[in-house]
Write a protein that binds this ligand. Sequence first.
Ligand code: 5GP
Ligand code: ZN
Length: 122
Amino acid sequence: MPGEPGRRDAGCIFCKIAGGEIPTAPVSRSARVIAIEDFNPQAPTHLLVLPVEHYPTLGDLSDAGDATLLGELFDTATQLGRERGGSGGFRIVINTGTQGGQTVGHLHLHVLTGRPMTWPPG
Ligand code: 5GP
Ligand code: ZN
């Protein structure tokens, strides 16, 4: 069913990117995790790291209990943040749900670097 953890949602833009329906040059790709450039970057480097499978939110992946996938998502984001941010560091963001500012309903980690970040976030 669309929207179920671990499945594909035919109407989901990130499923289409991960599945190759929308041609996108990935920054990195493994069997389960893909990283792409955000098309509306909020920093000199703004990447999105997402599972190939459709998990709507971080909570859905947590519920599924796939700590291996969760770990690969964080490892990928961390490696890319290090590569792009160097000694200046980087920020990883996961917006979750409406109040959390999530606008695309397919779990993704933002990796931002290349400028000083402010706190608190808006
Ligand atoms: P959210 O607001 O859900 O945390 O983040 C969604 C992000 O996805 C936004 O930063 C937005 O710019 C990005 N985005 C939305 N649609 C597309 C798309 O089709 N391609 C790419 N590369 N980024 C997208
Ligand atoms: Zn999806």
